[in-house]
Design a protein around this ligand. Structure first.
Ligand code: AMP
Ligand code: MG
Length: 510
């Protein structure tokens, strides 16, 4: 499709609302996506389109694809680039903002949730700095694959509605095909959005922003009786973000997910995983695992993720301190309120992690010694380079029948390390009411067999980038659509990388 044909296209109807565009002008820059030469639809997420009440056929039509590529602005859309700041690896940047994304507007999902529809890679904005405003096909498909995998795994996350190629090259270390991702999120508010106004000392804007965030994400929490009807709304808001983020990071840890760039601009207010750059799933278990090529100090290593999140939440608390001071009626009381809220992070995180870990081991009750049982296993896995995902999955078989032990043992360099731990686990399971079959079935709903293994993701991106072959991408998505259902014939998707396939570094590719 060329730009000349484009003029004859009928306008696409998407029932956009534009609540963010109603906020004060200094919250964003009004800017439309930059048209591209030859948009081509690579992938449309039919299930997500359905959830959003969007007509998939219309989206896949030439006018729909033109909208998804940023070549046309759909009727009712008021495109804008959001302003935000952020701490990047601990260093504060007063102005980041959407340098290559446009918020098109919001649509109401069938679930009653209002969702942002955003194009990523859609051209330069006033926040682009030296960037070209574009994205390459590899990182676009990586975000598509991993965000959709997180959704099917049951983790709160932004979603991917579509991927289109632009027909234009982007220049990175090499020349790459350009692409645009359509990202869907409960909102794109970040800790960095609050920091943007905090850095300017704009308390009025912070109040507006907090009220907007409460209305969109924390209206129930803010209306709860212990928020004392309206007087402690901001505290309830902070508690809400702290709680959701603590649970979110626990879910990452339970799945072996490493975000890779937990900067405050990549930390959402809604509690969704956002910004899939150099993220990766750990294979052999080791707490200090890092994949990102730019994370030299291991700031965002696997085991440091809860600390990093707690730090990010402290940055959020700092920005709304003036609001807390006002609602508490004094400096000291406001500060105490912020500390109290932040202090709950550890409790929420530990509870979610320990409950989840017990579930992974097939334990439904809580007993003294459970934590040490879990730690003992993890230590052995670390020492014996056991694959994180497969160890837990094969434990499901072992829970059903001791013959299944063989599948777990095979994952340990020295299987004796597992043999020493296994009787301790069986003794503990014997104190529980479930039958072996029931237990195994429950465990299989919490321990996935398929995750987006790095070498499979890389292979899918490489085929798409170098040969315009999207089949490996499609195949991988199919497998990951049902991560908990083991299916015959898909063994290679469940198997860790062989040494020659192993991907030790991931790149943002921005
Ligand atoms: P990220 O590392 O993706 O979280 O992005 C950090 C900041 O850099 C954000 O303000 C982005 O909008 C901006 N950015 C990343 N890539 C580009 C690009 N290709 N062009 C313009 N801005 C970009
Ligand atoms: Mg970002």
């Amino acid at each position: 499709m060329s730009l000349t044909e484009d003029r004859d296209l009928k306008p696409l109807r998407i029932p956009f609302a534009n609540s963010y565009a109603r906020l004060p002008e200094n919250f964003y820059a009004r800017v439309a996506p930059t048209p591209v030469t030859t948009p081509r639809l690579v992938k449309l997420n039919l299930q997500l389109a359905d959830l959003l009440g969007l007509d998939a056929e219309a989206l896949a039509s030439p006018e729909g694809v033109a909208v998804l590529a940023g070549s046309r602005v759909a009727d009712g859309s008021e495109p804008l680039a959001m302003a935000y700041a952020g701490h990047q690896f601990g260093y504060f940047v007063r102005q980041l903002g959407d340098g290559r994304t446009n918020l098109l507007g919001e649509v109401m999902g069938r679930d009653g949730i209002r969702y942002d529809i955003q194009l990523k890679g859609s051209g330069r904005t006033p926040f682009s700095r030296n960037g070209d405003g574009r994205a390459a096909i590899g990182p676009v498909l990586r975000e598509y694959i991993v965000s959709e995998a997180m959704a099917t795994l049951g983790v709160p996350t932004t979603r991917s509605l579509a991927a289109v190629t632009t027909g234009q090259a982007v220049f990175r270390e090499t020349v790459l095909p350009g692409a645009v991702l359509t990202r869907v999120a409960a909102s794109h508010l970040r800790v960095g959005t609050f920091q943007y106004f905090f850095a300017q000392g704009d308390v009025a804007a912070l109040g507006r922003l907090a009220d907007y965030a409460i209305e969109r994400h924390y209206s129930e929490e803010a209306a709860a009786p212990d928020a004392t009807t309206a007087t402690r709304r901001y505290r309830a808001f902070l508690d809400g973000v702290v709680t959701r983020q603590a649970k979110l990071v626990a879910q990452w840890m339970l799945l072996g997910f490493i975000h890779g760039v937990m900067n405050t601009d990549n930390t959402s207010i809604s509690g969704e995983t956002i910004d899939y750059g150099p993220c990766a799933f750990m294979e052999a278990y080791h707490p200090r695992t890092v994949f990102s090529s730019i994370d030299h100090q291991g700031r965002y290593s696997y085991s440091n993720q809860p600390n990093a999140m707690h730090w990010n939440l402290a940055r959020l608390a700092e920005t709304i301190l003036p609001l807390l001071v006002e609602e508490e009626g004094g400096d000291e009381a406001g500060l105490a309120s912020a500390y109290e809220s932040l202090e709950q992070f550890g409790k929420h995180y530990e509870t979610a992690l320990n409950t989840g870990m017990r579930q992974k081991l097939g334990l439904t009750t809580e007993q003294e010694g459970d934590t040490s049982l879990i730690e003992d296993l993890l230590n052995r896995m670390m020492e014996q380079h056991a694959d994180y995902t497969l160890t837990f999955r094969r434990l499901c078989d072992a829970a059903a029948d001791p013959q299944g032990n063989a599948g777990v043992r095979a994952l340990f360099t020295n299987p004796a390390a597992f043999d020493e731990w296994e009787p301790r686990w069986r003794q503990r399971m014997a104190q529980e009411p479930l039958s072996p079959e029931e237990r195994a079935a429950q465990m299989r709903r919490t321990n996935p067999i398929y995750i987006p293994r790095n070498h499979l993701v890389e292979a899918a991106l490489e085929a798409a980038t170098e040969k315009q072959d999207f089949q490996p991408f499609e195949d991988l998505l199919q497998v990951l659509a049902h991560p908990y259902d083991e299916r015959p014939g898909l063994e290679r998707y469940a198997t860790p990388a062989r040494p020659e396939e192993y991907v030790s570094k991931t790149f943002c590719g921005t």
